[in-house]
Design a protein around this ligand. Structure first.
Ligand SMILES: Nc1ncnc2c1ncn2[C@@H]1O[C@H](COP(=O)(O)OP(=O)(O)O)[C@@H](O)[C@H]1O
Ligand SMILES: [Mg+2]
Length: 271
């Protein structure tokens, strides 16, 4: 038997889908359209880290630090006190608050890595969790750099004992063009989806990849409950057309992707 140390995500019903948790040291891509639950999933992972005594770093690019703290508070996770007690650092890459040592001025991937390492040193030695929400923000204006940047992040952070969630956006129009890059280097891919069923918004989660893990292959419905957070409900059987986009949209995506691939000059000579 291979004994693998796994980190609980802290979401009711989710750890069971991946044989108990995410293997220590993994880089896991979290992808999905806006509003599908990526940030809330990541907040759970971070909070579970605090409870387990891990060092926790959360980088936020699309919401302010306050917004993340408030969102967590709605599910009774006290990020503010975890930060005060030196168990957790939330790096704000949105507001560029002057004089705040845990904010970054611009979306520069090398500065980010530097800041993350600085935060890890501050939190101290030991098992750590890192969330970058989102990593695609760092290449929004240069999607061709996605793969190179992803490799760089993985290489530079490798020895710092992080288990990492890399959130990436799936913009409706460009879809895979944005997700692509992170998925390439990921040890795991967790995909969020949404659909309207009988006029009601439903959300789903699917483990598309998890190395060294006999993971569940089914798509599960999830729910986000006020005061509680995300829970995993039962597996679903959907017809393909329930979750795929209309044909003309798919065609647009394919063209966008083709274009990006052409623009991509892929260098492996990383620092
Ligand atoms: N307190 C809450 N109770 C119930 N649902 C909530 C609560 N807070 C947020 N949500 C739901 O979560 C969604 C946002 O999820 P989020 O993880 O931020 O999405 P993503 O990061 O994928 O864009 C909201 O649109 C809302 O539907
Ligand atoms: Mg989000």
């Amino acid at each position: 038997m291979v004994d693998i140390e796994r980190l609980s995500v802290g979401i009711k019903g989710f750890d069971d889908l991946i044989a108990g948790g995410i293997p220590r040291g993994f880089f896991v891509a979290i992808t999905g359209e806006p509003g599908t639950g990526k940030t809330i999933f990541s907040i759970h992972f971070a909070w579970r880290g605090v409870l387990d005594g891990d060092k926790v770093i959360y980088v936020t690019t699309e919401e302010s630090r306050d917004s993340i703290v408030r969102q967590a508070q709605m599910f009774n996770m006290d990020f503010a006190s975890a930060i005060d007690k030196g168990k957790m650092i939330v790096i704000d890459a949105l507001l560029k608050t002057r004089g705040d040592e845990w904010s970054i001025e611009d979306l520069d991937i090398e500065k980010l890595v530097e800041k993350v390492i600085e935060a890890k040193k501050k939190l101290g030695y030991g098992r750590a969790r890192l969330v970058i929400d989102s990593i695609s923000a760092f290449w929004l204006d240069k999607p061709a750099m996605a793969r190179k940047y992803s490799y760089m992040v993985k290489r530079l952070l490798y020895k710092w004992d992080f288990t990492t969630l890399l959130v990436s956006q799936y913009a409706i129009t460009t879809a895979e063009a944005f997700g692509f890059g992170v998925e390439h280097i990921a040890d795991g891919i967790i995909r969020f989806r949404r659909a309207i069923r009988n006029g009601v918004l439903k959300r789903y989660i699917l483990v598309e990849k998890m190395r060294q893990t006999p993971h569940d292959m089914r798509m599960y419905e999830i729910e986000i409950i006020n005061g509680e957070g995300m829970i995993v409900k039962g597996p679903v059987e959907l017809r393909r057309e329930d979750i795929t986009l209309p044909r003309d949209v798919m065609e647009k995506i394919r063209k966008a992707k083709e274009k990006t691939e052409k623009e991509t000059t892929f260098h492996t000579n990383l620092k």
